[in-house]
Design a protein around this ligand. Structure first.
Ligand code: THU
Length: 134
């Protein structure tokens, strides 16, 4: 899927703005995500940590779960912003793959600079997906 520079900028800015609301008192690693559905709606997410560390939830999954809980299951693109342009974790890649291998993933740094751009298929090759259960 082809995005204009303006669309990319808009999604990264939204994710970066969301990042300010991350609740990350333990790692101090703030992550923001902005997910656009095929229907054009946008859902943001932030990482939400917990004193019981493993119950922490990543920003990407918060955005995806928020969208799914609002009835959306088809996604065009997700922008993920961290201070250093970090890559989505394996768990988030798996959750992205559940809803489509063609979803575009934009990875940007805290300055809003696009660092990398790839599909979920490229991020998680040979993914285990719903089709394997048929
Ligand atoms: N984190 C995310 O939000 N997304 C990822 O893909 C990688 C990790 C969060 C989880 C935790 O709050 C912090 O970053 C450090 O791992």
């Amino acid at each position: 899927m082809n995005l204009t520079d303006e669309e990319i900028r808009f999604l990264i800015d939204l994710a970066n703005e969301a990042r300010r609301r991350a609740y990350a008192p333990y790692s101090n690693y703030h992550v923001g995500a902005a997910l656009r559905t095929k229907s054009g709606r946008i859902f943001t997410g932030v990482n939400i940590e917990n004193a019981a560390y493993p119950t922490t939830m990543c920003a990407e999954r918060v955005a995806i779960f928020s969208a799914v809980s609002q009835g959306e299951r088809e996604f065009d693109v997700i922008a993920v912003v961290t201070a250093n342009g970090g890559s989505p974790c394996g768990g988030c890649r798996q959750v992205m793959a559940e809803f489509g291998l063609d979803t575009l993933v934009l990875i940007a740094d805290g300055e809003g600079h696009l660092q990398k751009q790839m599909t979920v298929d490229e991020l998680l090759p040979e993914a285990f997906t719903p089709k394997h259960l048929n």
